[in-house]
Design a protein around this ligand. Structure first.
Ligand SMILES: [Zn+2]
Length: 365
């Protein structure tokens, strides 16, 4: 296992300027950086969407077609819960109240993932080390593909730009049944250990897992029998997996992003803000539906610089950040529309699936 040691400078002039200017924006406009009522409104709409989609799927209306259509709507709504509610909650960005953030974060457990593991995997590992091989769980697909130049090449990756789209669909199945349990037992992610959950956290983990499996598998089987019940689960999980994976990949795993390989066991010094900006790409910023549904994850650079600020503020903050970046001569990476970014991810997968000599790509360190 790779021994990644990076010392981040979190007090660089760039970081200080970004912080000062964004703080000034909130002070001058008398705004609270947390989600507040706009986010509560979104959470209610998405909660109703999930409930209505599930009620429709479980109503039996439309036979097989109704069930599978309902499962897709449930999967899309679950992704909406993830992007908008649990993500802000787990970052402490939903509200100024700590308990509200904790419980909004814990909503994740009810839609299939452990919020405890998420806070380690996402808040700590992914946010500290985006695109760092050996530390960012999001670019580690267990040897099924090569997503970064520093990962080992295998001729079997030749067609990864086709098969990965299918594999993305199975990410949530693996997450539901394997990842959370295995990571809880191991107590480490990549080479990094994380603290053991306290008893209350552990009880919540198992109770919420039981509730999740209850509504997503046991209830559909009880209502419609084994075949339809299992089909509901797989279509729901596949829709959710593809949606989550594509959104995460478009922000980091594209031609426009840098990937970082650091020497094994040696301490590497990096500017924190610059590293986030180099490894993160905004996309589809002019699309209000994408911005609404993705919980601002299309303004990913802003999210990585200010994860404790709610996503409802990202569109307003981005011009300020871009201005500071221009002053410091640090590129702020922006892709085109949603489908252009999908194309960029496809081309990146294709390039990484070729032998390294063919796909010469500068690797930052
Ligand atoms: Zn995040």
């Amino acid at each position: 296992m790779k021994d990644v040691r990076i010392r981040f400078d979190r007090k660089s002039p760039l970081q200080a300027a970004l912080q000062t200017r964004v703080d000034a924006y909130f002070a001058e406009n008398g705004l609270n950086p947390k989600g507040g009522s706009p986010l509560i409104g979104k959470a209610i709409v998405i909660g109703l969407w999930l409930t209505a989609a599930y009620a429709f799927a479980m109503s039996g209306i439309g036979g097989w077609a109704g069930l599978l259509l309902g499962a897709m709507m449930v999967g899309m709504a679950q992704a909406g819960v993830g992007f908008n509610i649990m993500h802000d909650g787990n970052h402490g960005a939903f509200s100024t109240d700590k308990r509200t953030n904790l419980w909004m974060g814990r909503v994740l457990d009810l839609v299939g993932g452990s919020s405890y593991i998420w806070r380690q995997k996402h808040n700590v590992m992914h946010h500290t080390y985006p695109n760092v091989v050996g530390s960012d769980d999001d670019i580690d697909v267990g040897g099924l593909a090569r997503l970064a130049p520093a990962q080992p090449y295998h001729p079997g990756y030749r067609l990864q730009h086709f098969y990965m789209w299918i594999l993305y669909g199975f990410i949530s199945v693996k997450w539901n049944f394997y990842d959370d349990f295995a990571q809880l037992i191991r107590g480490h992610l990549g080479g990094h250990r994380f603290p053991r959950p306290k008893r209350g956290e552990l009880v919540y983990f198992f109770v919420a897992k039981a509730l999740f499996f209850g509504w997503v598998i046991i209830a559909p089987i009880a209502l419609f029998g084994l075949a339809k019940g299992v089909a509901f689960y797989f279509v729901e999980a596949f829709t959710l997996g593809v949606t989550l994976a594509v959104v995460f990949q478009l922000a980091h795993c594209v031609e426009e992003a840098d990937f970082t390989d650091v020497p094994d066991g040696q301490v590497t010094e990096l500017d924190f803000a610059e590293h986030q900006l180099n490894t993160t790409v905004d996309f589809a910023r002019g699309n209000p539906f994408v911005t609404w549904y993705l919980g601002g994850l299309n303004y990913q650079a802003i999210h990585h610089l200010f994860p404790k600020i709610s996503h409802v503020h990202y569109p307003a903050i981005s011009p300020i950040v871009e201005e500071v970046c221009a002053e410091f001569n640090v590129p702020y990476r922006i892709n085109g529309g949603f489908w252009e970014s999908v194309g960029s991810h496809y081309r990146w997968l294709k390039r990484m699936g070729q032998a390294p000599a063919v796909a010469a790509q500068p690797v930052t360190a």
